[in-house]
Design a protein around this ligand. Sequence first.
Ligand code: GRF
Length: 214
Amino acid sequence: MRDPHAYRLGILGSGKGSNAAAIADACAAGTLPARVAVVISDVANAAILDRARERGLEALYIAPGKFRSKLDEAAEAAYLQALRKAEVDLVVLAGFMRILKGEILRAFAHKVVNIHPALLPAFPGLEAWKQALEYGVKTTGVTVHFVDQGIDTGPIIAQETTPVLPGDTAETLHARIQEVEHKLYPVVIGALARGEIWVEGRQTVWRNHDREAA
Ligand code: GRF
């Protein structure tokens, strides 16, 4: 049955969907006070859609249109329509490989979040864990941030560090980063669902922020 009080998530992703799965499982376990209303992908055979369907969630492929790195206008309108139809409160980007430019950001002002596999503003863009490894940093991590029109530039909500260990490969480092992602993203989304986070310019404020207790 549809719970009229639930905080409803619309998850957008292009890849394997491990964050979407972690979020959906936290909702199902009751540790995250929200529900996944819809999962949308720009890749027809993306594993994220299988992960959603396995869990009985609505999973949609919506074609991205004619550009490579963003949605075209008609596609963005179709995404927005699907998010509205699902009565989404928060748009959660989880490995969505396209920049949002227009309608969705206007319709969901400060209601679109992203997770990035590095400590922003270091290593924005693609395969950030590889960038960090090649640069030679000893510590990297995960950032959850609000989405604006730039690439990984919106106000930062939370960051968690991860060590880079001797002998790390891109794969081992990414796996360690993803473990952190799967814990951090549900915690941040839970705080957003409870209305405990808001934005003041570049700053985000957490009310009663106690990560250990979260
Ligand atoms: C994650 O590492 C996330 O930080 C980045 O894309 C990856 C998505 O992984 N934005 P998954 O599809 O959730 O497994």
